[in-house]
Design a protein around this ligand. Structure first.
Ligand SMILES: CC(C)(COP(=O)(O)OP(=O)(O)OC[C@H]1O[C@@H](n2cnc3c(N)ncnc32)[C@H](O)[C@@H]1OP(=O)(O)O)[C@@H](O)C(=O)NCCC(=O)NCCS
Length: 228
């Protein structure tokens, strides 16, 4: 992995969506999809379409034997997400939002939980019904690019849950036509940097002041009907 003095800067890149000041509107999900020149074009949302990877709930055993549930987030998770945030340490919050943010407003939680599954997609990891981690993606322009972010409650960090969520989120992104994911992280956030570096996808790094942007290239999913 490149060291901090071997990365380029991304000072001229578009603004980051997931670390923007809370409440700033994102892309209007009722808009028409942005045209994409690349082929195949990402598939538009299809509520009645076939299930994609990440659509179903799964039980996953962590390396320490803890069995957790990983499933798409839903609007019913708003209160649980507010509660999840209340138990995060200030350091964890800072690593995710790059600013103090001690409480998550219900409106913010609603923004995070009411997702269309196409422009915005998110997974929740739960234990006994309590949210212990979330992973999300938000498409950029062009929509073959997406930003991703991860947030685990402190007691579930460094236990392999980040990897479980990252693998599933990037699988889901790839199945939805995303070809490149980016994650912005503090330059000393080694767990996050290693998390994406160790998934097996080609990664590149750029740096702007104290932030490292990690870019992962995702291979296109096999064409439908192609031999597996
Ligand atoms: C970042 C985060 C998602 C990582 O998930 P995690 O489950 O805690 O990840 P792990 O601790 O298992 O570490 C991931 C990798 O980093 C490595 N790692 C952990 N701590 C490290 C350190 N201090 N130095 C170097 N590598 C480290 C681990 O060995 C692991 O590598 P491996 O997969 O090759 O074993 C999680 O810690 C978190 O939610 N942090 C707070 C919020 C945040 O930072 N979000 C990222 C901004 S989007």
């Amino acid at each position: 992995m490149p060291g901090p003095d071997r990365v380029a800067t991304f000072a001229s890149s578009p603004p980051v969506l997931l670390h923007r000041p809370m409440g700033t509107p994102t892309r209007d999900e009722t808009e028409e999809p942005v045209p994409v020149n690349a082929t195949p074009a990402p598939r538009a949302p299809s509520p009645s379409g076939p299930a994609e990877p990440g659509d179903a709930a799964a039980t996953v055993e962590l390396p320490d034997g803890t069995v957790v549930c990983v499933r798409p987030i839903t609007p019913a998770d708003v209160a649980a997400l507010v509660e999840f945030h209340e138990h995060l340490s200030a350091d964890t919050i800072y690593r995710r939002y790059f600013a103090p943010h001690p409480h998550l407003a219900a409106s913010e939680a609603e923004h995070f939980c009411v997702v269309d599954g196409y422009y915005r997609y998110a997974l929740a990891a739960t234990l006994d019904g309590e949210i212990i981690g979330v992973a999300r993606m938000e498409r950029l322009d062009p929509p073959t690019r997406a930003e991703v972010a991860f947030l685990l409650t402190d007691r579930f960090q460094h236990r392999g849950l980040g990897r479980v969520l990252a693998e599933r989120l990037l699988d889901a992104a790839r199945a939805r036509g995303v070809q490149e994911v980016i994650a912005d992280t503090l330059s000393d956030n080694y767990p996050m940097i290693h998390l994406l570096a160790d998934l097996g996808y080609p990664v590149a790094y750029t740096r702007d002041q104290g932030i490292i942007r990690i870019t992962c290239q995702l291979p296109r999913p096999p064409a439908q009907g192609a031999p597996v």
